[in-house]
Structure formats: C-alpha cells, structure tokens
Design a protein around this ligand. Structure first.
Ligand SMILES: [Fe+2]
Length: 157
C-alpha cells in the first residue's frame, strides 16, 4: 500500500474488511461473535477516519457535497446495523444484520471507489501526500478507538 495515497489507504481498508467478512461465513457461533466485533471496530475506525479527515476535504469540492451527504447517510445505516450486531447474542439475528450491513457496505464501497476516489484523484492530487499522512496518523492514534467507543456507548456496552 502506498502510504502517500489516500485512495490506496481507503481501498486497502475495504479489501481487509471484505476478507474479514468472507472469513465470518465459515465460523462457528463463538468465533462469529469475536469476528463481528473485530469487523465493527475496523469499520468504526475506517468511518471515523473518513468522516473526520477525508470527507471534509472532498466536501469542499463542487461535485463533492452530494457524494458526501450520500456517503454519510450510508455510514449511518451501517452504524445502525453495527449497533444491533454488537448487542445481540442470537446467531440468527447476528447473521441477519451482518448480511444486511454487508449489503449496504458493498454498495457504499462501490460508490465510494468509483465516484469519490475518482474525484479525489482528479481534484485533490496535490494534497494527497499530506492528506494520507493525516489519515494514517488518525489510524495510529486512539481517535478511531474513541469513535468506536462512542458507538458502543449508544447501546451501553
Ligand atoms: Fe470507505
């Protein structure tokens, strides 16, 4: 992964989550609970990084505003599923919400990669190195963890 390219950082996260979601399907229930928590945390850090660092830069672009409002809406849907996923101890409910969350997520990833990352490649290229540095710093700090904790606070766990 190129550490000076925000698009590469985002795509790398997307690929990692897809691999984790595939692995989930073959797991026993006990492992599924752990895996669902890991996936939730990975997604929370990723969404936090996007919402706090990457999206505000895209939003400043004329074509960016609508893309960002759609993306935030999809993040909200994903977070709603994560809240159920983190709370439940029922396998059917867990599977159901993981599947629904995955559907929204895959759509979101497709839109983000085809539209937002293309726009960023065209219009933010000069800022890419600085932006990528800020994104990696976010991931290395405890900010993503705080973002995840806030999500969990909503359901009191
Ligand atoms: Fe993303």
């Amino acid at each position: 992964m190129n550490p000076t390219d925000p698009n590469a950082i985002i795509k790398n996260d997307h690929e990692n989550v897809k691999i984790m979601l595939d692995a989930y399907l073959d797991m026993e229930f006990d492992q599924k609970l752990d895996q669902a928590e890991k996936i939730s945390e990975t997604l929370a850090v990723h969404m936090g990084m996007e919402e706090e660092i990457f999206y505000p830069e895209v939003e400043k672009l004329s074509a960016g505003e609508e893309l960002i409002s759609d993306a935030i809406e999809e993040h909200k849907e994903i977070k709603d599923h994560l809240l159920t996923i983190l709370k439940t101890d029922d396998e059917d409910e867990l599977d159901k919400h993981m599947k629904m969350m995955e559907k929204v997520l895959l759509h979101h990833i497709k839109e983000e990669e085809s539209k937002m990352l293309t726009l960023s490649e065209e219009k933010l290229k000069n800022e890419h190195a600085v932006l990528a540095g800020r994104m990696l710093a976010y991931k290395a700090s405890n900010k993503g963890k705080i973002f995840f904790d806030k999500l969990k606070d909503k359901i009191g766990i």
